[in-house]
Design a protein around this ligand. Structure first.
Ligand SMILES: Cc1cc2nc3c(=O)[nH]c(=O)nc-3n(C[C@H](O)[C@H](O)[C@H](O)COP(=O)(O)OP(=O)(O)OC[C@H]3O[C@@H](n4cnc5c(N)ncnc54)[C@H](O)[C@@H]3O)c2cc1C
Length: 181
């Protein structure tokens, strides 16, 4: 056990604490495929940390490909905002869940990302963010967007997560599932 720990420590030291998807056969490297996961999922789960205490929340999001960022909206108070104000760095995950495919196998496509969160203050960017979110999340985006009044939007709390790193992994039967990713 001690030897295993020592070997692991040495591996981490040699790699400079850099991790990669170990299963190369399941790794997604195509950037378009990675982006498609963020564009086609309805929510992400983000991990936060403050004073060595972990926290996580799931959030309905919109992915903006041009800015390589995610937007979500939320109340203007609460635990996640306290955490984000203390430490804006987040680690997140989005999953396309294909459920059980065999006795013990579970099919999925998922991405992990690292990012930095910031509150959006500019009304133009808020309008853009709402457009991105509603188009990704709503079945009738134009109807929804037409009802959003600028004064209400100005009071809506919107957060942007700028993505700096992303990895992907899938475990599925590609020929059966390729239309979903
Ligand atoms: C699929 C999905 C999509 C969501 N989309 C959004 C979104 O777009 N915007 C948004 O603001 N929120 C969304 N939520 C809710 C979100 O995950 C949080 O519950 C919510 O934002 C409150 O977070 P907070 O840190 O302000 O909690 P607070 O109200 O400050 O509560 C703090 C405490 O309450 C408990 N708690 C908080 N949330 C949960 C929870 N979901 N389940 C169980 N216990 C909880 C925890 O113990 C935590 O310590 C979504 C949730 C799901 C499951």
């Amino acid at each position: 056990m001690r030897l295993q720990k020592l070997i692991l420590s040495c591996q981490l030291w040699i790699r400079g604490m850099s991790f990669h998807v170990r299963r190369k056969d399941r790794e997604i490297t195509d950037s378009n495929e990675l982006k498609r996961v963020l564009q086609s999922t309805k929510f992400v789960t983000i991990a936060l940390c403050m004073k060595n205490e972990p926290y996580l929340v799931s959030l309905s999001h919109g992915y903006d490909e041009t800015g390589n960022c995610l937007y979500f909206h939320c109340a203007d108070e609460g635990k996640k905002l306290v955490y984000l104000n203390a430490n804006s760095k987040v680690w997140g995950q989005a999953v396309l869940d294909y459920s059980v495919i065999d006795e013990c196998d579970y099919a999925y496509t998922s991405v992990h990302f690292k990012g930095t969160a910031s509150i959006v203050d500019d009304l133009k960017e808020k309008q853009h963010a709402m457009n991105v979110m509603v188009r990704q999340l709503s079945a009738h985006p134009d109807e929804k967007l037409a009802k959003i009044m600028p004064d209400k939007l100005a009071r809506t709390n919107i957060v942007r997560i700028d993505i700096s790193y992303i990895t992907g992994k899938k475990h599925q039967y590609p020929e059966e599932r390729s239309e979903n990713v």
